[in-house]
Design a protein around this ligand. Structure first.
Ligand SMILES: CC(C)(COP(=O)(O)OP(=O)(O)OC[C@H]1O[C@@H](n2cnc3c(N)ncnc32)[C@H](O)[C@@H]1OP(=O)(O)O)[C@@H](O)C(=O)NCCC(=O)NCCS
Length: 175
């Protein structure tokens, strides 16, 4: 992906740019992270280590004034790619930004040769579930009481990109 690309030729998304998320963006996204994920929010250190890890694609969505609208991350390992996180600032939600980020992460998985994209989503996260279902993700498992201390199950979702898509191992990720 080029450093900054217009997200769509027309409509509200024409004002959204996708680019690589960099370590210097982390301080700026932390308030959004805290607001969206509360006790489950990632620390700056966790973001930095994710950005430095091999096989990662982290993207930021910005408006043309440089305001951060959202971000998402993908880890590519073997035949599978994992969506590590996906977040859209409350004031920017339901305008297509989450779908745009997700589509870009799936494209990165494809380009990286993955045969499937996997993720975990809280069983009570209806907006995210709707987004993933709209993009063709299917539920393949449940991790009971995965989110603590809230004691909420995780649904494991998969989008096949072609090929066998066999899961090679479990990783810790939030999405
Ligand atoms: C989930 C999230 C990333 C979606 O981002 P978004 O920019 O609002 O999503 P989009 O505008 O691209 O929505 C795409 C589709 O997802 C579904 N969707 C998104 N938000 C929804 C909501 N609140 N209720 C129902 N469906 C919703 C719809 O199908 C929507 O398409 P439509 O608007 O044409 O009906 C965003 O709500 C968010 O950041 N939530 C908090 C963090 C989180 O839960 N992250 C995911 C962790 S797994």
């Amino acid at each position: 992906m080029t450093p900054a690309v217009p997200a769509a030729p027309g409509g509200p998304l024409a004002r959204v740019l996708l680019r690589r998320l960099r370590w210097w963006d982390v301080e700026r996204l932390l308030p959004v992270e805290a607001e969206l994920f509360g006790a489950g929010a990632w620390s700056a250190e966790l973001f930095w280590s994710e950005l430095a890890a091999p096989g990662r694609t982290y993207l930021a969505a910005e408006d043309r004034d440089g305001a951060l609208l959202g971000y998402g991350g993908l880890a590519l390992a073997g035949p599978d790619a994992d969506v590590q996180t996906l977040a859209v600032a409350p004031g920017a939600q339901r305008r297509g930004v989450g779908g745009l980020l997700l589509d870009a992460l799936v494209a990165a998985a494809r380009e990286g040769g993955a045969s499937a994209v996997l993720l975990e989503v809280r069983a009570d996260n209806a907006p995210a579930a709707a987004l993933y279902a709209a993009r063709g993700f299917e539920r393949i498992g449940v991790r009971r009481r995965y989110y603590q201390p809230e004691d909420v199950d995780a649904h494991v979702l998969r989008l096949r990109l072609g090929g066998s898509g066999a899961r090679s191992g479990a990783e810790t990720h939030r999405s």
